[in-house]
Design a binder for this molecule. Structure first.
Ligand SMILES: [Zn+2]
Ligand SMILES: [Zn+2]
Length: 413
């Protein structure tokens, strides 16, 4: 079973630099059973990028998917009008819900597209759409068994448990602790899960204070459930729109003190079960698609960072990919999204064919992501995609390798 996060933000999309590492799209999680079965949990704005990825993957072949709705708050349905596979004849999607029945479910899904909210309605969608009420306590679909439990949330919500390929995945978002009935039923559902995705929108202090009754939970409750239920990995989810990356890092850190196998859900994060492998996939939308010449390399890199107080901080890292317009590098040091970084990388003779060339340039970080592993580091590091903002200087060789045609294509002198 493979799980991929396409939207992890709660309440409203937040396309802001300060939270771009965890991501600003609202909830959408893709689950792939080893036999190829596609399951989609919730249809927040992350669904749009999932749709584009599916079209790339399937090409002209039909796409069939099982969609499970936890509830119908806006942040969990707003991606539907932008999910391109729905517009293509030959595709089929099976929507499932516990809370809305039959036509009511169809209305809840499609109602957002009626005039005047959207220029086309769902009749313009070529894909076949079926709507199912979940009544029994579990169903089986090709290769997976799915069960659910009610959650404590305004207008109700449900959690889903997916068992397949010898693994258990539990998705529990939009819930508030404190209702004995709901607390108990969620614990029953989460028993022995390999992965529990859990609502951690608020801090424990907020939950005791003015956010009590808003229908969300905290990392602390997540760690309690994880421990009590023998969960292997806890993934904190539904990040508050006001929490930037650094703040979410702090919540994850606190959670790890209580339950070491905790992490924050981030767009692009991929988990492979039951082995528990983690891949930090490239962001679907943020992926650098520039076609300009690039040098694939893993070279030591020296950085001079500007700290939050304006002070200069020396740091080290590795350049992975350098092009005329940008660079991707990893570093264990903190890089700030809005602060340009001075970089110095030594390109080897294999690339330049005229001895070592030292490249120095200033780059502005565009996208930051936390990588749980990287060559040469045992600790989590930051991956940084940055855009060059100042012309480079080259020294030690004659000039920059970029002044000419791709040096890797040239014969050594
Ligand atoms: Zn929500
Ligand atoms: Zn909600």
């Amino acid at each position: 079973m493979r799980i991929k996060f396409w939207g992890v933000r709660g309440s409203t999309p937040t396309p802001e630099r300060r939270n771009s590492r965890y991501g600003g799209n609202t909830p959408c999680v893709e689950v792939r059973i080893d036999n190829g079965t596609l399951i989609i949990l919730d249809c927040g704005s992350g669904l749009r990028a999932l749709g584009k990825s599916l079209l790339r993957e399937f090409g002209e072949h039909p796409i069939h998917g099982y969609v499970f709705m936890t509830h119908f708050h806006w942040d969990h349905i707003q991606g539907i009008p932008f999910f391109l596979p729905l517009y293509r004849t030959g595709n089929a999607f099976f929507f499932h819900s516990v809370l809305r029945k039959g036509l009511e479910l169809q209305g809840a899904v499609e109602g957002q597209m009626v005039n005047p909210y959207f220029p086309v309605d769902m009749t313009s969608m070529g894909a076949v759409r079926h709507f199912f009420d979940l009544e029994a306590s579990s169903i089986n679909l090709s290769g997976a068994s799915i069960s659910w439990a009610p959650l404590n949330h305004p207008q109700e919500c449900v959690a889903y448990r997916i068992e397949a390929d010898g693994a258990v995945f539990v998705f529990a978002t939009d819930t508030e602790p404190g209702s004995p009935f709901h607390d108990r039923s969620l614990r029953e559902l989460a028993q022995g899960a390999d992965v529990l995705v859990y609502d951690a929108q608020y801090t424990p202090e907020q939950l005791r204070g003015d956010r009590k009754g808003w229908g969300h939970s905290s990392w602390l409750e997540g760690t309690r459930i994880a421990r009590e239920c023998g969960v292997k990995q806890l993934v904190l989810f539904h990040h508050d729109p006001d929490n930037d990356d650094a703040f979410v890092d702090g919540l994850v850190e606190k959670a790890r003190q209580e339950f070491p196998q905790a992490r924050g859900a981030a767009e692009g994060l991929e988990l492979v079960l039951p082995q528990g492998d983690v891949r930090q996939a490239e962001f679907a939308e943020g992926r650098d698609r520039r076609r300009d010449r690039r040098y694939r390399l893993e070279r030591p890199l020296r950085l001079a960072l500007r700290g939050p107080g304006g002070e200069r901080v020396k740091a080290e890292g590795f350049a992975r990919d350098v092009s005329r317009s940008g660079i991707y590098f990893v570093t264990p040091s903190e890089v700030w999204p809005d602060e340009p970084v001075d970089l110095e990388v030594v390109l080897p003779d294999e690339i330049t064919h005229r001895g070592e060339v030292v490249l120095r340039f200033v780059a502005e970080p565009l996208r930051l992501e936390r990588l749980d592993w990287a060559l040469d580091y045992s600790e989590p590091v930051q991956g940084v995609a940055a855009q060059r903002v100042a012309p480079e200087e080259a020294s030690a060789g004659e000039k920059s390798p970029e002044d000419e045609s791709d040096p890797s294509e040239k014969k050594p002198a």
